[in-house]
Design a protein. Structure first.
Length: 477
């Protein structure tokens, strides 16, 4: 026996807008199911025709999530059609516009061995475009308030947010939009587009969820944001600014830069980020991370100007690497400990393109690193191979090296001392770079305290004994 669900759209307006074919189907079907009876056409037919149907209105009260409601509706329809052979399922608007239940029926139809047939019906989009007097060819984003993520939206397009059922959902939409748009940005609340009860109200964004007649026929329209350099928090705006700085008529300094000329700035900005972290100053950290991002954007724009790569390539390469190196997050691998993560990381890196057998295990350590940071990475890489760098007491090793250096004044011995100190620091989970930087800051603070006590005087105004006393009195506690 063939099972068949006929899905029809009730349109966006009243009975006058319903096609004759849909009208006949509604009257003639023996088994009519409605996602909701709260629709002008159903209300009119109840008054003029002997219309019998089953509605799913009550299901909405039984579940906490809309997706659960939609699953329930789909399950029920598949169960019922196998009892009666064929049934009709009517939804507001057009079946293929903002109807999750219809998508569920289509997705599961083959598995359930049920033929799902879609019949027309006017969606609310046509009357919505007419009411707002907008042309979607200019760029339109149409999104369900239930799946709303403002971060993914192009605010330079017409934006229609449908299924804003109540004030709670309107509040959620408002709060999400306020992260991106000015609080007084004018938006429109449209209810019952295309029928005699149509209502359009223009409000500032921050009043979107105020006392208004919001119901299941309500949508929100956000006009395109036209300010070319507005929305400073978006990546698209940042990219536009960098292109303009490097483009014709841009900044002479920015246009003159090359990958090579920018090298010292990247190093400098990196150290300033570390300083902000040490200061535990979030505002300063935000600013310095922005300066790092500026370096990335400038290098990427230079690559694009030269025709070799763009920021898209940088992001694509990073995204691919992150997914590839985290199969325990984006794949089927499972981990229990940090050691498991490290092992997976090692296995993935071994298989990555460009890695050749016979390469040195130090191949991927940046040769341009400062010596202390390079020594840390060298030691870590060797230890990963199971090699013990110092066989015995590291403090005894350090003591012997100090004695040798004291006797020989050999510069190599000094390097060995520093290398051993780095090893000792790591055994105590201290990063030697950060430890030395902390001492540098304390030293600088001590100098400033001495300078403060000097007041209007200079160091050369005091005797060596006075300066030494002042220095000793300002030891870091």
């Amino acid at each position: 026996m063939e099972y068949k669900i006929v899905v029809i759209g009730l349109g966006a307006g009243d009975l006058d807008q319903l096609t004759m074919g849909i009208y006949r189907k509604l009257k003639q079907t023996d088994h009519l199911y409605l996602r909701t009876s709260d629709h002008p056409i159903i209300q009119e037919l109840e008054q003029t025709e002997n219309l019998t149907y089953t509605t799913f209105d009550h299901v909405y009260e039984s579940y906490g999530q809309f997706e659960e409601v939609y699953d329930h509706i789909a399950d029920t329809l598949f169960e019922q059609v196998k009892l009666v052979g064929e049934l009709t399922y009517a939804v507001p608007g057009h079946p293929m516009v903002a109807e999750r239940t219809v998508q569920l029926l289509l997705e599961r139809s083959q598995k359930e061995k049920v033929n799902v047939e879609i019949l027309g019906g006017q969606s609310f989009l046509d009357p919505l475009f007419s009411a707002l007097k907008i042309d979607p060819i200019e760029g339109l984003t149409f999104i369900n308030a239930m799946d709303f993520n403002a971060e993914d939206l192009p605010f330079n397009h017409h934006l229609v947010i449908c299924q804003v059922y109540d004030q709670f959902i309107a509040s959620e939409v408002k709060l999400a939009l306020l992260d991106h748009l000015p609080h007084d940005y004018e938006v429109m609340v449209i209810t019952s587009a295309g029928n005699k009860d149509e209502k359009i109200v223009s409000v500032p964004l921050h009043e979107l969820d105020h006392d208004r007649d919001i119901n299941n026929l309500t949508s929100v329209y956000v006009p395109p944001f036209k300010e070319k350099l507005g929305l400073y928090h978006t990546f698209a705006t940042l990219r536009r600014i960098i292109r303009q700085l490097r483009g014709p008529g841009g900044c002479p300094w920015d246009r003159a830069q090359t990958h090579e000329s920018l090298r010292p700035y990247l190093v400098e900005e990196t150290y300033e980020v570390l300083e902000a972290i040490d200061e535990e100053d979030d505002h300063h950290l935000v600013e310095e991370l922005g300066d790092i991002l500026l370096q990335v954007m400038l290098h990427s724009q230079i690559g694009e100007d030269d025709g070799y790569f763009s920021i898209d390539d940088v992001i694509r390469t990073l995204s691919e690497k992150l997914v590839r190196r985290h199969p325990h997050v984006f794949g089927e691998k499972e981990v229990q400990t940090l050691e498991d993560v490290g092992e997976i990381w090692k296995q993935v890196k071994e298989k990555e393109p460009g890695r050749q057998s016979g390469e040195s295990i130090l191949q991927n350590i940046n040769a341009a690193l400062p010596p202390m940071l390079k020594a840390v990475d060298y030691q870590k890489q060797i230890e990963k191979q199971g090699i013990k760098l110092i066989d015995g007491d590291p403090w005894k090793k350090l003591s012997d090296l100090l004695d040798d250096y004291a006797a020989s004044k050999d510069e190599k011995r000094l390097g060995d001392i520093l290398f051993t100190l780095i090893y000792i620091a790591r055994t105590y989970k201290h990063h030697p770079y950060l430890s030395l930087e902390k001492t540098n800051r304390e030293f600088a603070s001590r100098v400033r305290r001495v300078e403060k006590e000097l007041g209007q005087h200079q160091f050369h105004d005091l005797s060596k004994e006075q300066i030494q006393t002042l220095w000793e009195n300002n030891q870091t506690k």
